[in-house]
Design a protein around this ligand. Sequence first.
Ligand code: GLP
Length: 248
Amino acid sequence: MNIIIAPDAEQAVAQAAAIVAAEIHARARPVLGLATGRTMERLYALLVADHENAGLDFSTATSFNLDEYVGLPKEAPQSYHTYMHEHLFDRVNMRAGYGHLPNGTAPDLDAECAAYEELIRASGGIDLQLLGIGETGHIGFNEPPSAFDTRTRAVELDPVTRAQNAEMFGGDATAVPEYALTMGVGTILDAERLLLLAVGKGKADIIRKALLDPMTPDVSASAVRLHPDCTIILDDDAAAEWRAHKSE
Ligand code: GLP
């Protein structure tokens, strides 16, 4: 596990964006695992700027997002489908149809999840998986408890997560969908490389738990410690609790 601490959020995000850009440069056909959330908005803005100013080329890239709400139409402003189109897909030269997200309105969710796993396999697997972390310690929407061998599936969202994401739903946690589709922890661990990015004081406590407490399905982010090639980028605030306890 390679832990990088940047002095502030801007520099943490810039380092993460540089790793994603290097991966795109290095591969003839990069397969990216993408994440959503407020932290990633700035990262995608930097990749868009790199595309506009330095020609970062997405034309051979394929991507798979971690998760999507169940029951929200794709076109809803809060869907992760909309988020990805607004922040990345429509602003770079991604080929139409190569930016994949699980379909949370599929009539048969189990079949949708199995098809998503198959599509990842058929694309040769994910080269670099970007991860954020939720207040429950989730990666993707792997809420506690999520076994480390779980695959893409429907999950019930934790009340803490619904409260965390309420801002996008007019501040009303009850308006946040109750269920989501998410890559499993096992699906995430299958990626060749992991890149977890967390910034801000609000993440300090859960980062300490994920990185220092015993690994547990109750904090699915703790599973990244099992991965042989995992980079974690934190800003000073998100690293504070980890730093204070790491030598205990
Ligand atoms: C959502 C996503 C997670 C992401 C989290 C972090 O819950 N499903 O994959 O890690 O948001 O969000 P933020 O960056 O807004 O703190």
